[in-house]
Design a protein around this ligand. Sequence first.
Ligand code: ADP
Length: 381
Amino acid sequence: MKDLKQNVRPKILIVDDDADFCAITTLGLKELGYDVVTALSAGDALDIMRTNKPDLVLMDIALEEQFDGIQVAEQIRSDFGTAVVYLTGHADNFIVRHAKTTEPFGYIVKPVKLDELKAAIEVALHNARTESELKNLNRRLEEANLKLRDFAHVVSHDLKTPLRGIRRLTEWIAKDCANVLTPDGKKHVQQITERVDRMYSFIDKTLEYSSVEDKDEDKSVVDLGELVHSVIETIDMPENVTITIENQLPVYECNETRIAQVFQNILGNAVKYMDKPQGQIRVGCVEEESFWKFSVKDNGPGIEEKYFDKVFELFKTLVPPDKGGGTGIGLATVKRIVEMYGGSVWLESEPGRGSTFFFSLPKCEATSENEKSTATATVTK
Ligand code: ADP
């Protein structure tokens, strides 16, 4: 849609095969400060749209044939994005319903009073301006997001290349100078390697977080039971920790990688922060009327209530990196993905006794009412 300037005289196109109506309305509207052009047929209207670019179209519904005005309005909306207000002598339900599908900016029943027409025109112009600003804003936002994603990729690549070099050099130093390094020297070399690895993980996770933005990314019907099993396979699991899938998980239409990231981050944390000799993690799922509610319960250290919201914020970590904490990006990524799917994420916890992370995913059309995973609920590791 073209930008509508508030200070210039708005240009109105009247499309009506009643020449007298066109002439009288044109006079009235000109007196009220509008520029007016008229078209007596659909063909003329489309020609004027191309050459004169009006700000608003007043469209007679019963143009030539019975509903021809609605078809022309549809074409005007799709080709030019211009706002349309219908004029009609027939306001029966069927016509109104049909006209509504073309998202008009107003509907006026003839005979038209000039002051009512002016009010309708002003409201329609205002709404058209708002729509146009919103579209511009959305376009600019999309462009900015794209640039940001490109920027994140470039920065990630440019940072990783020297890091790779540093890592390789420290490996050489550790190997070639093993005989000459003091115990402190060896410890320092080891610390460099660990910090480089942390930096690597930070870059990857930041990139992962910044790439969560596209609702329309590829989706498929995913067996979440199988997905959780394969996520568990990728986790570096200590001997003392077991993960149990307690119920059958649904089959769900989603982007597999994104939902895997959700489970990976929550399960990965449950394992990483486990502080009990017998670590127990349970994955569950409850079917609610309009959504699936998933839970990951652990008997780890728990989280104080004052941090329940904080842990989902970007870069918020309760454990410093040198004490086993991470980047503070994992749960922020979980929140972003789950919210992108229209769900929400929250937690319950008792310090010292464990935490349960919950997230919901709205049921989607492709998943039939009770369709469940074929993967069995078993202790996995
Ligand atoms: P991090 O990279 O620090 O793990 P996250 O965003 O994944 O970042 O988690 C944020 C913080 O939440 C963590 O630093 C940790 O203190 C806390 N946390 C997350 N999961 C658990 C859990 N299962 N048990 C205890 N604390 C947790």
